[in-house]
Design a protein around this ligand. Structure first.
Ligand SMILES: Cc1cc2nc3c(=O)[nH]c(=O)nc-3n(C[C@H](O)[C@H](O)[C@H](O)COP(=O)(O)O)c2cc1C
Length: 353
């Protein structure tokens, strides 16, 4: 797993892998089947230091797992082999420096099993704040979400308090929203990623101001020579809506692209091949472009993302062109890149990608 180009992060003991997938149960579980699965899973997850949640409703599973990369890889092999489910589809996988969940829990459709019983009721004012966070996460409004979280830091809340009292309950409430059909799986995935980002900011941003001001700059570029610019244009809308500062480039050469990078010092760059055509022949050239983009000297490293039909169809990976991230689709890219930017900033300057 973790096919994206984050092998260096993998080796850093501080980093956690985070995986979200959905699958379909092969048979209707008999009474007690799910409880048994959960009891065993919880024990194993605790021993592996894996946290997260599992949702089950209408014959479908939705699971988020987070933990040390090697432990997650082992667990993931078991889960993939398990014949109690099929049509497993990975919705997101990334590295993170902060956990979203303090334990591993199950939400059952129509029966809010362990969580509802274990979690103490939130005081009304806090419940309102949680509801607001959920609303912002579902609207993918990370600017407002960060502002809201920063306001708690302003009031003197500690990072741990914000995580336990607000962010974790908000993640569960998002799970409830999915179980009750109030949001789609995609909304849930993006919402969870946003909360994860917020949790990360709370833990690692030194001040409320830096949480609030976490506005990043991205250069959205077509690969040099690429005529199709649909992906780049659609991404511009997404990043603008998510509060990023966006610059566009349709360069003819690697030099033109690096000149623009040198002038703008973006936190991230996305280099897009055609979303329509496979462009196998363009991969070697794209690798050269990515290498060129790494030569830029700047105060902070630039996260390099790539995209296009080849990556959406998994014929190529980020690793194969030396990038940090490859888009499997357009949705959620701003959230994932924000996380990678935060991670890259935490690394000491001059350390290799
Ligand atoms: C949808 C689903 C989710 C699962 N989640 C976990 C889990 O989080 N942790 C776990 O240890 N096992 C989980 N399991 C069970 C594993 O697939 C596997 O049976 C168990 O870890 C034993 O592994 P082994 O068969 O390699 O010994 C899950 C199974 C299914 C069907």
């Amino acid at each position: 797993m973790l096919a994206s180009g984050m092998q260096e992060l993998r080796r850093d003991p501080e980093w956690l892998a985070c995986l979200t997938y959905k699958s379909v149960a092969t048979a209707s579980p008999r009474p007690g089947d799910i409880d048994l699965l959960v009891d065993r899973a919880r024990a194993r997850n605790r021993s592996l230091d894996v946290t997260g949640m599992l949702l089950f409703e209408d014959g479908c599973f939705f699971q988020t797992l987070e933990g040390p990369p090697d432990a997650l890889t082992t667990l993931w092999s078991s889960i993939q082999r398990d014949d109690r489910h099929e049509r497993i589809e990975v919705l997101s996988e990334h590295m993170t420096a902060a956990r979203l969940f303090s334990d591993w829990n199950l939400l059952l459709g129509g029966r809010r099993d362990s969580i509802a019983q274990e979690a103490p009721a939130l005081p009304p004012a806090v419940a309102d704040h949680v509801a607001r966070l959920v609303e912002l996460a579902l609207n993918a409004d990370d600017e407002a979400l960060n502002a809201q979280i920063a306001s708690f830091a302003d009031q003197g809340w500690t990072g741990d308090a914000i995580l336990t009292v607000l962010i974790e309950p908000a993640a569960r409430a998002l799970g409830d929203a999915w179980l009750d059909d109030r949001c789609s799986e995609l909304d849930l995935t993006i919402g969870i990623s946003m909360l994860q980002l917020a949790g990360h900011a709370v833990r690692y941003s030194p001040s409320p101001r830096s949480i609030r001001d976490s506005r990043y700059r991205i250069l959205l570029a077509t690969a040099p020579g690429e005529q199709h610019m649909l992906g780049t244009t659609l991404l511009a809308d997404q990043f603008l809506a998510a509060g990023w500062q966006v610059d566009l480039a349709f360069p003819e050469s690697d030099e033109a692209l690096t000149n623009q990078m040198t002038a703008q010092h973006p936190d991230a760059i996305d280099i897009g091949l055609s979303e329509a055509m496979p462009r196998h022949h363009a991969l070697a050239r794209l690798r050269g472009t990515v290498e060129h983009s790494r030569l830029i000297e700047s105060g902070h490293p630039t996260v390099v993302s790539v995209g296009g039909r080849l990556f959406a169809e998994a014929a190529a990976t980020a690793l194969s062109v030396g990038a940090d991230h490859a888009r499997k689709g357009l949705a959620g890219t701003s959230v994932r890149l924000a996380e990678l930017v935060r991670q890259s900033r935490k690394r000491p300057r001059g350390s290799k990608k």
